[in-house]
Structures are given as C-alpha cells and as structure tokens.
Write a protein that binds this ligand. Structure first.
Ligand code: AMP
Ligand code: MG
Length: 416
C-alpha cells in the first residue's frame, strides 16, 4: 500500500529535498525576469557629475540677484557647454555659460536659468551662442542643477540578492556600468509523458489514441515559473522504451525530472521497474483532489516527481507541488495571489482537499465562485474557463452554498 500524506506533508517532504541553485553570470540584455544572486553596491554615484536639468545658462546665482521681467540682468556669455563634453575652464565670475540638458556644470556656477527666462532665441540653424544674455528672473543656488549622487550615492546598496529584475532594475544596472549580472540559475526540468495511447499534436491519431497535452501544459508551466523545460519524446509502455527515455532525461543533466501518467495503480508497473533501477522513488497517495497518486524520489540524485496522467490532475499537482519546488530552486518569491469567495452552489466532496476550478463574479458587492462546468480531472476546459482554484479543506464533505472559501488566482504569465 502506498503511503498516504496530507497535501502539506507531501509538500514539506518535497521541498526539504532541494536547495536553491547556485548563481551564474548573465549579460545585462538577458536578465529580464531573472533573480539577482548578490547585492549590488553602487561603484559610482549617479549622476557622477553635477549637471544641468534644463537647456539654459549656468551661472553663479548671486550674479542674478534682483533680476525680473522689468529689471533684467545682463551677463556676457563666456562658454558653451554641450552634453557629452567636459568644460575646459572654470566659469569666469560675472559671466554665464550656455549649457544643454545633462551637460556638466562648470566650476564657478551653482545654478541654471532656463532659456525660456532669457532673451535668447536658440535656433538649430545658428548654433553659435549670443555674446550676452538678459535674464528675466533671479536664480537660487541649486536651481535646475542635478547634484552628484542625486539618484544613487556611491556605496549604497541599490539592489538586494533575491530581487526580481524588471526593466527598471535593468536600467539601474546599466546606469552603474554593470554589464555582467550574477543571477540565480534557472532550474532545468526534463519532462516525460508515458503511455501507448499518446500521439503528438502534429502526428496522425491511430484508433484509440489521444493527444499528448501534458508535456505541453507542463513545459509551459515550467517556463512560467522561471524554469527551462526539456521535453523528452513520449515513452511507450514498454520496459525498454521507458528506460531509454528516463536515461535520455538524465543525460540532459536536469535539476528536476517530471513525468506524467504511469503512477496510478495498475499503470505503474513498467515505470516503477525503471524508477527502481535508476534511483529511489516512493509512490504516495496524497489527500488531494484531483491528483491523488503521486510519485516522489530521486533518480541518480536528481529530484523526480511523477504527476498523474489526467490533464487537470497534472496541472493542479504541478501548481500545488512543482511550482513551490521550482520557486525554491530558483529563489523566486511566491507571487501567487489568494482571495476568498462565496461558493455559488452547494456540493459534496469525499473529504480530500479539493481544488475546484471556478469563475469569479461580483454579485451584490461580494465575490462569488461558480464551478466551470464539469470538474472531471480529464476536462481541460475547466482550467481554460477558470479564474482560480477554490480550495475546499480536507475533512469538509458537505459545502453549503454561500460558504466562504479561499481561491488561488490563476494568473499565469511568462516571466522569463
Ligand atoms: P494513467 O496515469 O496512465 O492511468 O493516465 C490517466 C489518464 O490520463 C488516462 O486517461 C490517460 O490517457 C491520460 N493521459 C496520460 N498521459 C497523458 C498526456 N500526456 N496527455 C493527455 N492525457 C494523458
Ligand atoms: Mg498510462
């Protein structure tokens, strides 16, 4: 008799068997969606030099005291500072430097007056600055100047190990001149489907055959949770073929091996023989619906999970057991979202923890969950139509309409 576990026990055992993966170094253009493996300390301040935030004139604010529309102050223009060039001299007292947005503030200047507050008319056709300028407003020290370190102080910890790299974090790394990034390695996951009845989507169906959908849903889930799926061709129900495919899976040096089907009573003899040859795998009965049969162990030290064959069971057990496993391996935070909803209809269960596929609607200001038609563990449309998985706790056999229960939202999207 296979061991019987609660969902939580089974998950605890699975998670205890793995450690987060080591870092690898990846070029900046490839780190979107990856997890940072080390803190990032700013090697330089940003900006690294004081610069102008406006097109205008850099000057010493005290030279414009009292300037107004009626009483403008006139200064000679002694320098011209475009973006991307360092000024060659200090600003002479009592003069102004024409300066572009982002250009270096010259020594001797402490403020910028925007061109709009002067009598200057800049034209792309005439790039030479005027000899003198009238200023219609007075500047305060610091006006329109971005000081050194305004965004980032040198030595500051700007990003922490474990952070998800989004476009904005990538911009910060670029700003700091960091082009090679230590990130957590993505788990490599070998995926095997087993069964004589399975035909690939692009192959003709022989009588009695069905399409292999599990290797596609499981591969897509692996990608969704930051892993690298490696699909192995379907194993026929013969000892030789199953052995051959599992060996092929191991040859890819995966961090996890997943199989679907072949773990339920009656089905697993062939698979079990091979698993026993290659490692140590236990067959579990988990108090979960859908997805009671589950196999877990190691094949040549690689963690192995045998998921049930029914397409909904394979997806739900992936969500409950494999997703947290990949999150631990990849050091990814659990970003799943849970809400609560009132069950729209009454139902009975057999006391296993049940994951119902539900649609969520707002009714009289409350979130109500309706099951998505047939809840057969083979009916994949129940997943397509679902907004979430409503969880009926173990032991609750009669659920009355209006019961308030947790719902795990299904918001899967590609993050890598
Ligand atoms: P088994 O675990 O082998 O008893 O399979 C349980 C059910 O899942 C059977 O109806 C199988 O035909 C179906 N099944 C198994 N593998 C797949 C797969 N890769 N894609 C779709 N359905 C499958
Ligand atoms: Mg089978």
């Amino acid at each position: 008799m296979a061991d019987l576990y609660t969902v939580d026990d089974a998950l605890t055992r699975i998670l205890a068997s793995v450690n987060p993966l080591a870092p690898e170094t990846v070029p900046l253009e490839s780190v979107l969606g990856r997890i940072l493996a080390q803190d990032v300390i700013a090697p330089t301040p940003v900006p690294s030099f004081a610069n102008s935030s406006m097109d205008g004139y850099a000057l010493n604010a005290s030279d414009t005291t009292g300037a107004s529309q009626e009483n403008p102050v006139k200064l000679a223009v002694s320098m011209d500072i475009p973006a991307g060039k360092a000024p060659e001299t200090d600003l002479q007292p009592g003069t102004a430097a024409r300066i572009m947005t982002g250009a270096v503030m010259p020594h001797g200047a402490n403020a910028v007056i925007p061109v709009e507050n002067t009598d200057s008319q800049w034209s792309a056709l005439d790039p030479t600055p005027p000899h003198e300028v009238l200023f219609y407003s007075a500047a305060q020290p610091g006006d329109n100047v971005r000081p050194v370190g305004e965004d980032i102080q040198q030595g500051a910890t700007v990003l922490k190990a474990g952070e998800l790299l989004r476009p904005q974090e990538i911009g910060i790394l670029a700003s700091l001149g960091i082009a090679q990034i230590p990130v957590v390695r993505r788990p490599r996951v070998a995926i095997i489907s087993t069964g004589d009845e399975l035909a690939a989507p692009d192959q003709p169906l022989r009588p009695g055959q069905i399409r292999d959908s599990n290797s596609y849903t499981v591969a897509a889930l692996v990608t969704t949770y930051g892993g690298i799926p490696i699909r192995i061709p379907t194993a026929r129900d013969t000892l030789d073929d199953v052995r051959h495919r599992f060996r092929e899976a191991l040859s890819h040096q995966p961090d996890v091996i997943l199989s679907s089907a072949g773990v339920s009573v009656g089905a697993f003899d062939v698979v079990r023989t091979v698993l026993d040859e290659l490692g140590e795998v236990n067959f579990w009965r988990v108090n979960i619906r859908p997805g009671k049969p589950l196999a877990f162990g190691h094949l040549e030290q690689v963690p192995f999970l045998g998921l049930p064959g029914n397409p909904v069971s394979a997806m739900v057990t992936f969500d409950v057991f494999v997703r947290p496993l990949l999150q631990k391996l990849g050091s990814r935070p659990d970003d799943t979202q849970t809400t609560t909803a009132l069950l729209g209809e009454g139902l009975k269960t057999d006391g296993r923890r049940t994951y119902l596929r539900v649609r969520l609607t707002q009714e009289n200001g409350r979130l109500v969950a309706h099951t998505t038609g047939t809840q057969s563990s083979g009916a994949l449309m129940s997943m397509v139509l679902a907004d979430g998985l409503l969880i009926i706790p173990e032991g609750m056999t009669v659920v009355t309409p209006g019961s308030e229960l947790p719902v795990r939202l299904l918001r899967w999207m590609n993050i890598s």
